[in-house]
Design a protein around this ligand. Sequence first.
Ligand code: FEO
Ligand code: CA
Ligand code: CA
Length: 667
Amino acid sequence: MTDHRSPDARFRTSLLEENDGPATNPTENRTMGEIIAERFSRRAFLKGSLAVSAIAATVSPLALVAADDARAAEGSAFSFDELEAGIDDKHHVAPGYDADVLLRWGDPLFADSPEFDPARQSAEAQARQFGYNNDYVGYIGIDGSAEHGLLVVNHEYTNPHLMFPGIVKIVEKDGKKAAELTPLSKEQVDVEMAAHGGTIVEIRKEGGKWQVVRDGKLNRRITSNTEMALSGPVAGHDRVKTNADPSGTKVVGTFNNCAGGVTPWGTYVMAEENIHGYFSGELPEGHKEAANYKRLGIPEGAYEWGAHYDRFDLAKEPNEPNRFGWIVEVDVNDPTSTPRKRTAMGRFKHEGAESIVAKDGRVVFYLGDDERFEYVYKFVTAGRFDPDDRAANMNLLDDGTLHVAKFAADGTVDWLPIVFGQGPLTAENGFAGQADVLIETRRAADLLGATKMDRPEDIQPNRVNGKVYVMLTNNSKRKADQVDAANPRADNAFGHIIEISEDGGDFAGTRGKWEVLLKCGDPAVADVGATFSTATTANGWFGMPDNCAVDSAGRLWVATDGQGPKATGRTDGLWAVDTEGPARATSKLFFRVPIGAEMCGPLFAPDDQTAFVAVQHPGDGGEDWEAFGRPSYYEDPSTRWPDFKPDMPVRPAVVAITKQGGGKIAI
Ligand code: FEO
Ligand code: CA
Ligand code: CA
């Protein structure tokens, strides 16, 4: 292991989530910012602007329309009194709503689970309790119920500095406080491994409030030690064989499960995102996977797992990283089922996997690769969804076509098939078959000329209006010659949202149209070039769109990651964003997280009467470290949310938001 504990360094696992490492995409493919700039400068030119100034070149026509239209707020699809943006140690929801903590890190999930005891943590206890850093939240109704179902929740990563007592020491260096971390014990690493993965837990609404059913027969924890199968084109390939698994079909565990999805046939899919952080050590000299791993930033070594388990040490198991970076499918109806890594859906830093059934019955999954300058993908199954035969759908994800998006300046988007033998994906470029293409999905997409995006995160198809929403968090590494001159913070510091309309309303098709729904950031700062409608208040704008949800009325809700005192003067939260009519691009704040947290989930129950949101990494340092003059850690956290007890650490948790007195949210 490399010693990464420079006293000046921020906590490494936090940085991993911020994707703050060096961008790894080496190609000259055009960036989204370049194409947007070209597109809007063309439009501004066509409009006959007197001077196509740098700023005018980035103002979306949507903003111009909204600015002229005083009815914007009246046309809103949302009805609630807006919450005030701000920063403190608590969560807040719009007036008239309750936001109740449903599941916290360490909460017992089974009848025999031990109660959470932060001073005496063990892997055995953690594997029977709710995991750390809840991210994706899905709901699978039992017998179609909106008030009784399975909640499926990803546990993306761990923050040892907030989880374990006694590992952070504060030292004074150059007049500044800094943290030094004690290496984790093997027992603590084991707790981390058990705190990753996912939770499947039965929940029921009683008297208007959600309860966890602790003896639910389908309750299950998935961890970094759960046995999984590799399936699809890569299964059994030489590049996924290891000493422990000469068959190349059996993988131990999953980790860094960020967003995900629930399939139309009621399975739970988990996206493996920042997998590079778990590997350490060095590949043998001249190893054939060197370039493949470099493209994904492997090894990054933020975690100490390689010090205790050979499979995370590249010197000992050089093929192991090829067994991660996939979409994992879990059959929630059988708690003993083996989760399957669906290799046909490609290998990259998978953010999520939201799906929709196309007109012809094929199923389409939209997939983001969350890193600066990476790509937007979609997977189209070869087979058709059968709503009357669940078993017939169980291997749909093993056969289909992965595509990558190429956005053109004329407003079209082409979905380029990533298929061995087509175009440049041949032996000449080092691919011997589809398995190679999938293991090196990023390189295949590079060769196809896909468009480099500003951190593609959650992508959500909207079955009501037929559109697809793409969250692009930000890209602070964009060089000046790659961005519009009017956006000096770079570099797309606040991100944007793209709206795609597939041609003919065919989600399985290979061409669509795209439009910018929103460029994010503070609209009061002209240089930012944000395009919220003028009906958007000072509380209503946001930066860093990350996760999103569409409720059953087809309304868009956006969750953010990365705001804070220095970036936007507000915590992350959940914003309601109008997409239709005169109110388009109007945003309103509905819920906000405590300091240090990011907003994950979100998810609306099928009856729209509950919004489930996941408060991830509350109390984490991030940029608040400097704003508060000290790091935030187990003994001295910036918040003790949600318990606010002196002997309880800050705990990530899922919150259920309901309207007081009942009813649909924001109606
Ligand atoms: Fe784990 Fe891309 O957020
Ligand atoms: Ca995310
Ligand atoms: Ca995130």
